[in-house]
Each structure stands twice: as structure tokens, then as C-alpha cells.
Design a protein around this ligand. Structure first.
Ligand SMILES: [Zn+2]
Length: 200
């Protein structure tokens, strides 16, 4: 069963707004009701998922320090700044290597978003973080590696289940993603329509 919310589209012929209702969506076409038009618009239907689903999730995944299953850091929806600073969403220990810590106070950012087309959470990592003290993005001192590849400045890369994020030269964290269960997804499925022009 599909759920469909009334949607405004622009008529492909006269350009004026027309309201698409569930019955039109089921037929796959709508007749423009504007005077002197009356043309038939074909509807392109697409399925997506209501982002409200993220309000009911039990978890957004977590990071585990490699080799230390007891060091687990839960993630939240939205931006997770990872670093040794106590103001970070993911505040990690000052791990020492030869008496030195290689993790910056605000080292990298792991952004948890919702991909409404796939209906799954998306994880994006970026070196550095926004620093409210100077009101700009600042890179970490020793860099961030995703699966042993050094992230370039301003690069934002997808992180998948089991991938490793290494902060500075030494400390490795493994991502455990949260996969939204299929039965729950089904209840948030939404069908919307686009006129041929808007999908180009
Ligand atoms: Zn029209």
C-alpha cells in the first residue's frame, strides 16, 4: 500500500500550479484545470521515506576503539564532533603514544543524516570541525584517515559499516552503523510525484 500526500506541481504546459491528489497519483496522470489549458500531465512517481522516522530510532550507531571493546562511543543524529575536548559530542580519552596524544581537541566530524531515498542512515566523515570560538572550520593537527586513506581538506566521505576512522597517526575507531529494520521502514514509505520537467 502506498501513502500519498497532496502535492503541488507546475503544469508542464501552462506553468501554473496544480494540486495532485491520491487518485491522480494512482492513475499516473492529471488534467490541468486552468482555463485555456486542460492538458494532460504525466506523473513521475517516486518512493521516498519520511525523515520523521529518525525520531523513533533506538540508536544511531556507535564507534568502538579498535582492540578495546569496552571503549564504546554512541553517536547522535546530526553532527558528532570527535576529539579530546569535553565539549565534543564524542569526547574521547587522551590516548598516549610515547607520552604524546595525537588527537586534537576537535579532531573530526562524523555527520549522521537520513537518506530519504534509500531510507537508511548515512554517515559522512570530515577532517576537523567547526570551532565556535573562532566561528570557522579548523582542521586537526595530525589528520584523519578513513580506511587508512588520509582525508583531504574539506573532503566529506561516506563511512560504511565496519570502516575504520583513524585519528592522528595512531588511534583507530570502528564504525557500527544502525540499520533501520524493514518493517519499520515500510510504515514510513511515502510516494510523491514529479512532473517530467522537475526530474530532469
Ligand atoms: Zn496547464
Amino acid at each position: 500500500m502506498i501513502s500519498f500526500k497532496n502535492t503541488l506541481i507546475n503544469c508542464q504546459y501552462c506553468g501554473q500550479a496544480i494540486m495532485v491528489k491520491a487518485a491522480d497519483a494512482e492513475r499516473g496522470e492529471i488534467v490541468c484545470k486552468h482555463p485555456n489549458c486542460g492538458k494532460v500531465n504525466l506523473l513521475n512517481m517516486q518512493t521516498c521515506y519520511d525523515p520523521a522516522i529518525t525520531e523513533g530510532l533506538p540508536t544511531f550507531g556507535q564507534l568502538t576503539y579498535a582492540g578495546r571493546p569496552d571503549l564504546v562511543y554512541p553517536l547522535r543524529f546530526g553532527k558528532n564532533v570527535i576529539g579530546t575536548g569535553s565539549d565534543c559530542e564524542v569526547a574521547v580519552e587522551r590516548f598516549q603514544h610515547g607520552g604524546k596524544c595525537y588527537i586534537s581537541r576537535r579532531h573530526c566530524t562524523l555527520d549522521v543524516t537520513f537518506d530519504k531515498w534509500r531510507g537508511q542512515l548515512r554517515y559522512l566523515v570530515q577532517n576537523g570541525a567547526f570551532d565556535p570560538a573562532v566561528n570557522q572550520h579548523r582542521n586537526s593537527l595530525n589528520g584523519t584517515y578513513l580506511n587508512e586513506v588520509l582525508l583531504k581538506d574539506t573532503e566529506q566521505i561516506d563511512v560504511s559499516e565496519g570502516n575504520s576512522i583513524r585519528l592522528g597517526g595512531n588511534d583507530q575507531f570502528l564504525l557500527e552503523t544502525y540499520r533501520i529494520p524493514e518493517p519499520m521502514l515500510a510504515t514510513y514509505r511515502v510516494t510523491s510525484c514529479f512532473d517530467a520537467d522537475s526530474t530532469q
